[in-house]
Design a protein around this ligand. Structure first.
Ligand code: TYD
Length: 206
């Protein structure tokens, strides 16, 4: 009888814009690859040809927050069907720069879309799929805003004000409290080397 392949692991990275999560992606990929596993690095919104087209619209066009939510989940449906599920099935580690927690934080927490509506879409689009591990890069709002002001041309979300960012941060921290088994909150307001070690330690546990 053929040995059934072991399902891979799904890791997601979250945090406010400017929290620094993107900086750590290459290190996480390297840490996972030392185990000899396949690593699929992807992002949301995006990750597929259609998803990347939706990303351009989502990041630059003004729209109703519910339209934004629906498009996020449309891109996610495509991403799950074409990238995430096939990779997990063949035993790969999938690392996604953002996933559904971002919809709860941005569209619900910061923009006021009903969490029940998001829950319905989550159930519809994901079924039972949930990340195995979520790293939340947390920094105070002033820090994230300072980091953003020195970065490249801001997108629509990055141009929001401090009030928006504060709601966002609280929404993320609440998600982490509600899902303690899956979330690891990383204090990203410290030297890069220290954050790197923290991240590597967490990754080694999965
Ligand atoms: P981000 O991940 O910060 O990429 P970059 O580092 O290239 O700027 O950009 C994605 C933006 O999309 C970010 O501002 C958060 C937003 N977003 C949502 O509002 N809802 C979602 O469900 C997702 C996945 C992202």
């Amino acid at each position: 009888m053929q040995k059934s392949e072991k399902r891979g692991k799904f890791i997601t990275l979250e945090g406010m814009d400017g929290a620094g999560k993107s900086t750590h992606i290459p290190n996480i990929i390297a840490a996972l690859k030392t185990r000899g596993v396949e690593v699929v690095s992807t992002r949301e919104p995006g990750g597929t040809r259609l998803g990347e087209q939706l990303r351009t619209l989502l990041l630059h066009d003004t729209m109703h927050p519910e339209t934004e939510t629906l498009l996020m989940f449309a891109a996610r449906r495509e991403h799950i069907a074409n990238v995430i599920e096939p990779a997990l099935k063949r035993g790969a580690y999938v690392l996604s720069d953002r996933f559904t927690d971002a919809t709860y934080a941005y569209q619900c927490g910061a923009k006021g879309v009903s969490s029940n509506k998001i829950k319905q879409l989550e159930k519809w689009v994901q079924g039972r799929l949930q990340p195995d591990l979520t790293l939340l890069f947390d920094v105070p709002v002033e820090i994230s805003m300072t980091r953003l002001s020195t970065a490249r041309e801001p997108d629509k979300f990055e141009r929001e004000d401090a009030k928006f960012f504060e709601k966002l941060r609280q929404a993320y921290l609440t998600r982490a409290k509600e899902n303690p088994k899956r979330f690891r909150v990383i204090d990203a307001n410290q030297a890069l080397d220290k954050v790197k070690v923290l991240v590597e330690n967490i990754i080694s546990t999965i």
